[in-house]
Design a protein around this ligand. Sequence first.
Ligand code: CA
Length: 223
Amino acid sequence: MRLLLIEDEERLAEALAYILKKQNYGVDMAHDGDIGQSLAESGSYDLIILDRMLPGKEGVILLRELREQGMTTPVLMLTAKDSIADRVEGLDAGADDYLVKPFATEELLARVRALARRPGQLVEVEKLQVGELCLDPKLCEVDIDGVLIKLTLKESQLLELLIRNMGQVITKEQILDRVWGLDSDVEVGNVEIYVHYLRKKLGSQYIRIDTIRGLGYCLKKTD
Ligand code: CA
């Protein structure tokens, strides 16, 4: 499950992201409405947690535009307001659920789980295809020419990140942040170990993970 968290109060956002990552959710963050919207449009998310009052584009307007574009991803709206009119406006804009600040983290997690379970709502996690290699992030499985290779959750998240950024250099710090979370005590050395595992498991028939010295890694199609 990959979540997009759009929240301008950075300390709250960091705290929520930390809690969500502890639950094995992948989390991307945006601190204003404009960046949030471009992430929502470009990324594929299973759930969006959207603060209502945002600098840049305001939450309700942003959500209305995303729904007009046909985005069906479940949206949990966070708000400091709790009037019926505000609630209706949020739901009318296309929010699936609503949480009034301040809230207990347990309540947030319960709402996230409920939205993730809602049948027909959750966008199917897409499989990622590179040549004859296909990653199923939900099952943590890679299919190479019909041969299934089981990955661990972290290996799968790492490969997903590399495939989504194919041809671009990803730093070890970015990998740590995206796969393990900002506050994780995992060190950069672990990234190297996981890349090593991935290379061993996947071989180099269709893709290869290049080390870009001093920078990070880059996934490329094998010529
Ligand atoms: Ca806000």
